[in-house]
Design a protein around this ligand. Structure first.
Ligand code: AMP
Length: 424
């Protein structure tokens, strides 16, 4: 009974009636713009629509807030959200008013009628949003005092934003790992029943939960990309959970070198050789099937048009570098992935930006599609693997493609996301 109560004490978008309410919604409208300020990819705007439309359909009004780019606490017209106001209006199907000063939007917010929407200017034009002191070095003796003062200002800023609305919704998964004014601090100024996750956030949180606690076996994690160092936290957390751990991409050669291999000009983190050996030892202790590349496609330069050859990942000639997984390696990856029932993929198996070195990543993607068809839950996350699955046109054939980069990785590392914790 008790756990039942706790489970349902968390307010959800579906159980809340927004009729006559003003909702302040944190979204991630950090969309890419071209040099004329035109949106080149509106995925993030489309991602937030279900939440925004539900609130309007209930008869609520919207105060939409987001960041764009990294203006570092200063006004920068190139990162103004006014550039996307009309696109947001078109996507929502209602007029959207714009508040140039998000710290003085009282009147515009007060004037909102049910069914109307207001977009606030880029939150990061204010240093208070991120809560980091600007123009002062961490080594400066006055830094701590400046930080403390900025934290106070952050609270005031969050309180101001909160004052515009009756209810707070966080639907910005991309920034959920940040404790910013609009992503977390603001929640302190709402009652427990008046703050909640948006639909996109709910989906992301559920997908991570599927991977971390709702595991059907075998569970295979595929970690690729360039470096061991940026993935070590996740690798360690996954080691307790997975049956198969595929480590691929540039990491391959740090492992090969650690095992005494000859890797030519391949990517290598010299200071991570011991770590690589430790990971191998841990995998053995925990009974995890660690799969590393055995052969590779080596190239005589870092370019799409380089001369290539297949060789052992442990014996790459001088002047050559491994840029993709070789045929034997791909077979081993596919053999582990296809029968899996839970799959996580983060990071490409080669330099997929070059068309001639996409083969390893393509083999992984195809195997994930097969496994998904056979009932696996597959989660693809992290910027580059998402770019990869989109490049192959396979995004609709996997279970879930996450919108979060850093937030997803931190969630999978087992860290609590401030943006989620704040409303729970
Ligand atoms: P990350 O940001 O760590 O996920 O790494 C993604 C990047 O790793 C992509 O830009 C790939 O081009 C790169 N990458 C993958 N495999 C290799 C490789 N064998 N050598 C160099 N870079 C690689």
């Amino acid at each position: 009974m008790h756990t039942h109560f706790i489970k349902h004490n968390i307010m959800t978008l579906d159980s809340y009636n927004f009729k006559g309410k003003k909702a302040i919604v944190r979204v991630d409208f950090n969309v890419p713009l071209d040099e004329n300020g035109k949106i080149t990819d509106d995925t993030r705007i489309r991602g937030a629509l279900p939440t925004l439309k539900k609130i309007l359909a209930d008869g609520g009004s919207l105060i939409i807030m987001s960041h764009m780019g990294k203006p570092k606490g200063k006004v920068n017209p190139k990162m103004s959200l006014s550039q996307i106001k009309d696109d947001v209006a078109k996507a929502l199907g209602v007029d959207v008013a714009f508040a140039e000063d998000c710290a003085a939007a009282d009147e515009a917010a007060a004037a909102l009628k049910p069914g109307q929407a207001l977009l606030l200017e880029n939150l990061r034009f204010y240093p208070e949003e991120e809560g980091k002191p600007v123009g002062i070095d961490k080594a400066d003796p006055a830094y701590d005092a400046a930080k403390k003062e900025m934290k106070e200002r952050q609270k005031e800023f969050a309180k101001k934003l909160a004052s515009y609305a009756d209810v707070y919704v966080n639907d910005a998964f991309g920034t959920a790992h940040r404790k910013h004014a609009s992503t977390a601090v603001i929640a302190d100024y709402f009652q427990p029943d008046d703050k909640m996750l948006g639909y996109l956030m709910e989906k992301e949180v559920k997908a991570v939960d599927n991977i971390l606690s709702n595991i059907n076996r075998p569970f295979t994690a595929i970690m690729g990309g360039s470096k061991v160092s940026t993935k070590i936290g996740i690798i360690e957390n996954l080691m307790d959970k997975v049956d198969n751990l595929i480590l691929c991409g540039g990491m391959t050669y740090t492992f090969a070198k650690a095992m005494g291999g000859k890797i030519g000009n391949s990517l290598c983190e010299e200071d991570k050789l011991d770590l690589a050996l430790e990971i191998m030892k841990k995998a053995k202790e925990k009974g995890v099937n660690l799969i590393l590349g055995t052969d590779c496609i080596a190239a005589d330069s870092f370019s799409n048009d380089a001369k290539t050859m297949v060789c052992s990942a442990m014996d790459i000639p001088d002047g050559w570098e491994g840029l993709d997984a070789g045929p034997e390696t791909r077979k081993a990856f596919v053999a582990a992935i296809e029968p899996s029932k839970t799959i996580l993929w983060n990071g490409p198996a080669g330099v997929f930006e070059f068309d001639n070195f996409t083969g390893g990543s393509r083999a992984i993607a195809d195997a994930i599609v097969v496994a998904t068809k056979n009932g696996a839950f597959s989660l693809i996350g992290g910027g580059d693997s998402v770019a990869c699955i989109n490049k192959f046109g396979l995004a609709d054939e996997v279970s879930y493609v996450s919108t979060g980069g850093g937030a997803l990785l931190e969630a999978i590392e087992g860290k609590v996301l401030p943006g989620v914790a704040a409303v729970k």
